[in-house]
Design a protein around this ligand. Structure first.
Ligand SMILES: Cc1cc2nc3c(=O)[nH]c(=O)nc-3n(C[C@H](O)[C@H](O)[C@H](O)COP(=O)(O)OP(=O)(O)OC[C@H]3O[C@@H](n4cnc5c(N)ncnc54)[C@H](O)[C@@H]3O)c2cc1C
Length: 289
């Protein structure tokens, strides 16, 4: 039996490389100054979908919501093996919190339709909330299994997975359709295939092809006929007031930049005396007692 998978992926600032002008004086991230990367756990979600396609057949569609440059991670997805890709990009989507993000994504998933498994990363490294996957499942009214480390079995209309829980693992079986959030433990994402890079390196959104009109027919690459789908709020039937900033009830009250200094750390000698002094200090501070 074949399965159709939809993978939700996010382009994020490379927070491992924050330095200099990558932070504003207010302590917020200056996104324009940071390299943008594929959210790491979304690569694991894509890999899991591609593994299921390799084993059972079916189709992998990748969706991202973001600015026009987010098309880069859709091209990366095509290079690795995705069959179809969609960029949700519209000024109305800007400033979305997780509620408005999952609203738009759930409508895009409905528009793609005919899906068995939706795969997300466990969480994005910039927003870090891990809310978008579960909220999307709720809006679609489908089962969800979070923190998935391994797909154990997929048969007929049932999937069994192993998920991480505090202090151990849990085996969960769900009927399809289901939304899974996938952790970095799940797999090692495959590299791009050279053959697919050649086939899809010119895949673009209609926004990008405007400057190369001669090589494209109606936005599609003249040689392959392929184009990256670009959907705005009207294409997915989204109510403008539920999108972007106006659909986002989350308020940022205060942003604090926490700088850890060396005096916050203490080296404990590995000797018996060192350990005894640590225990004494923890008891004095009432941390243990
Ligand atoms: C008031 C407010 C304004 C904001 N304005 C902006 C803004 O202008 N620009 C901005 O980038 N962020 C903005 N944010 C941050 C935004 O809320 C989150 O980045 C976004 O909603 C996703 O949440 P998260 O990063 O915590 O994702 P998580 O919930 O941690 O992500 C989990 C998984 O969901 C999927 N996913 C998450 N986001 C997307 C996406 N966009 N497309 C496809 N799949 C996705 C991925 O699979 C991801 O691994 C704003 C937040 C607030 C509160």
């Amino acid at each position: 039996m074949k399965y159709n998978m939809i993978v939700l992926v996010k382009q994020v600032p490379d927070t491992q490389n924050i330095k200099g002008d990558a932070m504003t004086p207010e302590g917020t991230v200056n996104r324009a100054k940071l390299p943008a990367i594929f959210n790491p756990e979304d690569l694991n979600a894509l890999e899991e979908a591609l593994k299921l396609k390799d084993k059972f057949g079916g189709k992998v569609t990748v969706i991202t919501m973001g600015p026009p440059r987010a098309a880069d991670i859709l091209r990366e997805s095509l290079f690795k093996g995705a069959d179809d890709v969609v960029l949700l990009s519209d000024k109305i989507f800007a400033g979305a919190d997780t509620l408005a993000t999952s609203y738009a994504l759930s409508l895009a998933v409905k528009k793609v339709g005919d899906f068995d498994i939706i795969l997300c990363g466990r969480q994005a490294i910039d927003g870090d909330t891990a809310q978008v996957g579960p909220q999307t499942a709720e809006k679609l009214g489908v089962n969800q299994v979070t923190f998935v480390d391994r797909v154990i079995d997929l048969k007929d209309k049932k999937i069994t997975v192993e998920r991480s829980i505090e202090g151990g693992f849990e085996e969960v079986t769900s009927t399809l359709p289901v939304l899974l959030t996938v952790t970095e433990e799940a797999n090692d994402p495959r590299p791009a295939s050279a053959k697919r890079v050649c086939a899809y390196k010119r895949a673009m959104t209609p926004l990008e092809t405007q400057t190369y009109d001669d090589d494209y027919v109606n936005g599609a690459d003249k040689n392959t006929g392929f184009k990256i789908k670009l959907w705005g709020h009207e294409d997915i039937g989204a109510a403008p007031e539920q999108c972007g900033l106006s659909g986002s009830p989350t308020m940022v009250k205060e942003i604090e930049s926490v700088v850890l200094e060396a005096r916050d750390f203490k080296n404990i000698d590995k000797s018996k005396v060192g350990i005894e002094s640590l225990i004494k200090e923890l008891m004095t501070e009432h941390i243990i007692g």
